[in-house]
Design a protein around this ligand. Structure first.
Ligand SMILES: NC(=O)c1ccc[n+]([C@@H]2O[C@H](COP(=O)([O-])OP(=O)(O)OC[C@H]3O[C@@H](n4cnc5c(N)ncnc54)[C@H](OP(=O)(O)O)[C@@H]3O)[C@@H](O)[C@H]2O)c1
Length: 276
């Protein structure tokens, strides 16, 4: 299905290169199907060497040569890029932005030209940093000009390096808190778990492995068994045992409330930032 698409990356930093890697490793695209541009010569050389893909002369040429144009620059850099590519797009172009906090309508309006008026397909996505190891959680939303097949195509880009789901654009700030920011919270959890194990005598590198694998395995249990997390928790807590003691201690310290507050704070900050 995807072989007819040519992907053009404007920006190939952390996120862009994770996406390129996913496309190539999953076989969704071949090297010849992907071009890119970056701001600096040395980073462009690195990408060429790392992936064996060709760079385009500039963003405008890339947009002409590609039918899926991926905007993987920092949100503040978009305003420089969009005017450069506006006249190179046609009604068949699909523009996919991963810039946090930039709405579909902002991008659509900035790209408005005679050629694409009322036709341009713009998707917005929020992946997260585990994209770097092929384990991203990405949310994708679309304007109303996509066919089902085109939506599938865009989702398949994000599924090449993790899990991806379509969401309403109104939920993008929630996604930012839930899966965008939460890897940092999980790293804090892993670090705290390991710190305590170190305090009890375990070597630090081993403690990180134990803690991280416990988090990973528990997440897999939720995803694979589809059981309610509370039911899975109940299965671990035998009467009078060790785990229920830990659960009680965590409840006393407001563990769940702390997590909810952290997610809420991130969602609120995302809302604030997207309104500016
Ligand atoms: N990192 C994440 O986990 C994550 C998660 C969700 C969303 N995002 C979104 O992904 C986007 C990129 O983030 P990132 O972390 O990948 O940033 P990054 O590592 O700084 O990469 C930015 C890329 O944009 C290029 N660039 C900058 N100005 C350009 C220009 N005028 N023309 C062409 N290329 C240009 C840079 O080139 P040089 O390297 O040559 O400067 C670099 O390749 C952001 O909008 C961010 O909100 C990232």
């Amino acid at each position: 299905m995807s072989k007819k698409y040519k992907y053009g990356f404007i920006g190939a930093g952390n996120m862009g290169s994770s996406m390129i890697s996913g496309l190539l490793e999953s076989g969704l695209a071949e090297k010849k199907d992907i071009t890119f541009v970056t701001a600096h010569e040395d980073s462009a050389k690195n990408i060429e060497e790392r992936f064996g893909i060709e760079r385009s002369k500039d963003a405008a040429s890339l947009s002409k040569e590609s039918n899926v144009i991926i905007l993987a620059v920092k949100p503040g850099q978009l305003s420089d890029i969009l005017p450069d590519i506006r006249e190179s797009l046609d009604a068949g172009s699909i523009v996919v932005s991963v810039a946090a906090g930039k709405s579909i309508s902002e991008i659509d309006n900035a790209l408005l030209s005679m050629e694409v008026a009322g036709k341009l397909k713009v998707a917005r996505a929020m992946p997260n940093t585990p994209a770097a190891v092929g384990e991203a959680m990405s949310a994708v939303c679309f304007n109303d000009r996509f066919s089902d097949e085109e939506k599938k195509e865009v989702l398949s880009i994000f599924r090449s390096f993790g899990v991806a789901e379509e969401v309403d654009e109104g939920l993008m700030d929630t996604v930012t808190g839930l899966s965008g920011s939460s890897p940092a919270f999980i790293y804090m959890l892993i670090e705290a778990m390991a710190d305590e194990a170190v305090r009890h005598g375990m070597k630090r590198d081993k403690a990180y492995t134990f803690a991280a694998q416990a988090v990973k395995g528990s997440a897999e249990m939720v995803l694979k068994t589809k059981k309610h997390p509370g039911e899975l928790k109940d299965q671990v807590t035998s009467p009078g045992g060790t785990t229920i003691e830990g659960v009680r201690a965590l409840e006393e310290k407001g563990f769940r409330k702390a997590i909810m507050e952290g997610i809420d704070a991130a969602i609120r900050r995302s809302l604030e930032m997207s309104q500016n």
